[in-house]
Design a protein around this ligand. Structure first.
Ligand SMILES: CC(=O)[C@@H](O)[C@H](O)COP(=O)(O)O
Ligand SMILES: NCC(=O)COP(=O)(O)O
Length: 239
């Protein structure tokens, strides 16, 4: 079964637009869980333009499903993980000024850095995942860092799906099979949506979890949050 983790960054973006507490991020996280989300994902960025570090501490008190904290492993991120001890820490190579994540780690060039960070995170009892492009050499090198999982960066899939779904999904299927055979858990995320999700899930083996934010929150504007979370869950339950 592939689990759905709802990324609530965009709820914080909306809240921050007016400086108050509407929408209430904590309530939304609780509601996502009530509607069927099997995890809550956040990605605090150094400028705190959406999720604030204080939000992460508040969320840690209420999230009852899997709490997944994404981010670049700078000193502030590592201190946050040490304090919160979420179920999962997902390491993303974004520079501080990134508009959004746009590539995975080079797990060959950063092998020792990642291995040291992962050892530290594991000493806190936190499961680790590394955001990677769907390239077999990146998967093989990820194994050598000691990570528990990888998260396949799916924007190239989402773009390719519009023209040639079979070609777009092929590298993800082979990387997932390879990663699983080498003992890795397999996550995926970025630009997954109601159009491309079911096909991805059907064709990528051993998919443990997807984290979805932007499209899901956009869909919720039209369909309502409860209906939307249920629809995304249903995409993952099809054979
Ligand atoms: C790692 C990843 O793909 C997501 O965290 C994505 O980058 C969402 O972040 P933003 O909401 O800041 O775009
Ligand atoms: N890890 C990917 C994520 O959390 C959400 O990405 P997106 O759906 O906002 O593109």
């Amino acid at each position: 079964m592939t689990r759905l983790s709802v990324n609530i960054n965009k709820i914080a973006t909306l809240r921050n637009a007016r400086g108050g507490n509407n929408p209430d991020l904590i309530q939304v996280a609780k509601d996502c869980e009530r509607f069927g989300a099997q995890g809550i994902t956040v990605h605090p960025r150094p400028d705190e333009r959406h999720i604030r570090y204080a939000d992460v501490l508040a969320l840690a008190e209420v999230v009852r499903t899997e709490f997944n904290i994404e981010g670049y492993p700078d000193a502030r991120y590592m201190a946050l993980i040490k304090q919160v001890r979420p179920a999962q820490a997902t390491l993303v190579p974004d520079p501080p000024d990134a508009i959004t994540s746009n590539t995975g780690w080079d797990t060959i060039a950063h092998q020792q850095q990642l291995a040291d960070i992962i050892a530290e995170l594991k000493s806190y009892g936190v499961r680790t995942s590394i955001f990677v492009n769907a390239e077999e050499e990146m998967i093989e090198a990820a194994v050598r860092t000691g990570t528990d999982r990888v998260e396949l960066y799916t924007e190239p899939y989402a773009q390719g799906f519009l023209h040639n779904p079979a070609e777009a999904v092929a590298p993800y299927a082979s990387c997932a099979a390879l990663g699983h055979s080498l003992g890795l858990g397999i996550n995926a995320g970025h630009d997954l949506d109601l159009h491309n999700l079911a096909y991805f899930q059907r064709n990528v083996p051993h998919l443990d979890e997807v984290s979805i934010g932007h499209a899901l929150i956009c869909d919720a504007l039209y369909l309502g949050l409860e209906n939307t979370v249920r629809l995304y869950r249903r995409q993952l339950e099809q054979e």
